[in-house]
Design a protein around this ligand. Structure first.
Ligand SMILES: *Cc1c(COP(=O)(O)O)cnc(C)c1O
Length: 427
């Protein structure tokens, strides 16, 4: 499977049933697993043998789907989490603790921005936000002695900026620090950050991977390439004995390829318990089986909608990295030659009133706080997610009052454009 194309991996990686076994991934809906002797179970608790004993730690259905995600991203190991938020928190908290510092792109999902700048700050973890467009000099200047992680999003939600993964990886590695990339929007079908130097990849599988708005979930994939032992003093959680696991040193016992995910599972999942249910993992896998067929259609529709809007007289501005005029077009072509995703944002002339009027008139696109599923949906941040801000604050945040974020689904692009056309004719 390793040397097969991504399309084949979407369908068949992770689960290879034996003779007479179920063709589809079985849903192991069991909290616990039985053993004949306490000695057998003791070996699992000591991490001497791998196996299942309680579904908060590991479940066979979730592990099969995680193995597919590792194959898709080109990683050595992966784990599922209850949501994208949990994935990003676990990825960061697995290597950061009170007194640590994070360097993060400022252009990231609002939920992740809050996680890092408010909730993790309360845990004594500090952050420096840098523009994704910063120079290498500015980026290097953001590092401190206690920096333990660098974070960014391949295509940021909702700003649609594109991360220069190689630039961020170079700076991270020059300081002996891993780069964590949230690859939710392009998915591994359109970009595989590990191939460009990222060390850890995270996902909100709630979005395109599920793809049908059916199950909230997240995932972490380790490249298995970051040498924790070479930076022993920085990552004591991985390189010194874990007293809560009989003095195991993760980086020694599980090696460069297994240490990160084993620690995140046996410490963070054990103590925080943000597990994905086997039912959700099964639904996620159904989505993954067609991910490679769906992503090109999302991109085709996003591109068509962006091109239509960019020549429309009632539209002030369109953000879509697939447009030649977009400031991120060049980076997008480098990292995502087949396109990025189906999310487009655009500013309607006349501000929030006209944006609201326009959205009310749309027949296909529903108004939702969601992106990246089969049905086209849209949102006006000024009257929903950011409604506490006035026009000036919105402008300062780079979110004009008339901005609409539209997630293009899998419908026919001609119908989507006809819908936009009739709605725009009424504003
Ligand atoms: C939605 C999203 C998240 C959060 O994921 P949930 O599954 O909603 O917890 C994180 N990162 C990005 C880029 C997202 O779009």
């Amino acid at each position: 499977m390793d040397n097969m194309k991504i399309n084949t991996k979407c369908v068949q990686a992770g689960y290879r049933p034996g003779n007479g076994e179920p063709r589809q991934i079985p849903i192991i809906q069991s909290t616990t697993f039985k053993y004949d002797t306490s000695e057998d179970m003791g070996k699992l608790f000591d991490l001497e043998e791998s196996g299942y004993f309680y579904s908060r730690l590991q479940n066979p259905t979730c592990d099969l789907v995680a193995a597919k995600l590792a194959a898709l991203e080109g990683g050595s190991a992966a784990m599922l989490t209850s949501s994208g938020q949990a994935a990003n928190f676990f990825a960061l908290f697995n290597i950061c603790e009170a007194g640590s510092h994070i360097v993060s792109s400022s252009s990231i999902y609002g939920g992740t921005f809050n996680l890092i700048s408010v909730t993790m700050a309360k845990m004594g973890i500090d952050v420096t936000f840098v523009s994704p467009d910063c120079t290498e000099e500015e980026l290097n200047a953001a590092f401190k002695d206690n920096t333990r992680a660098v974070f960014g999003e391949t295509i940021a939600n909702p700003a649609l900026t594109v991360l220069d993964i190689e630039k961020f990886a170079r700076a991270a590695h020059a300081h002996g620090i891993p780069l964590i990339v949230d690859n939710t929007f392009p998915t591994p079908v359109n970009c595989r950050p590990i191939e460009w130097g990222a060390d850890i990849v995270t996902h909100s599988t709630t979005k395109y991977m599920d793809g049908h708005g059916a199950a909230v979930g997240g995932a972490i994939i380790d490249s298995g390439k970051f040498d924790w032992m070479a930076h022993k003093d920085k990552f004591p959680g991985l390189t010194t004995p874990d007293e809560s696991y009989h003095g195991i040193v993760y980086a020694e016992k599980f090696g460069i390829e297994g240490a990160f995910i084993t620690k995140a599972t046996s410490q963070l999942m054990r103590d925080l318990g943000c597990v994905q249910s086997p039912q959700s993992a099964y639904i996620l896998n159904l989505g993954l089986e067609s991910l490679h067929v769906r992503m090109p259609r999302h991109v085709e529709n996003g591109q068509a909608v962006a091109e239509f809007l960019s020549s429309h007289e009632k539209i002030e501005k369109v953000n879509y990295p697939g447009l030649a005029s977009d400031p991120y077009h060049e980076l997008s072509m480098k990292y995502m030659p087949n396109g990025g995703c189906g999310v487009v944002s655009f500013e309607i002339k006349g501000g929030r009133d006209q944006a609201q009027r326009f959205m009310k008139e749309l027949k296909l696109a529903a108004i939702e706080t969601h992106v990246a599923d089969a049905r086209t949906c849209c949102l006006n941040p000024a009257t929903s997610t950011h409604r506490q801000m006035n026009d000036e604050q919105l402008k300062a945040a780079g979110i004009p009052a008339g901005l609409v974020r539209m997630s293009c689904g899998l419908e026919d692009k001609e119908d989507l454009i006809a819908d936009l056309k009739q709605a725009l004719s009424k504003v």
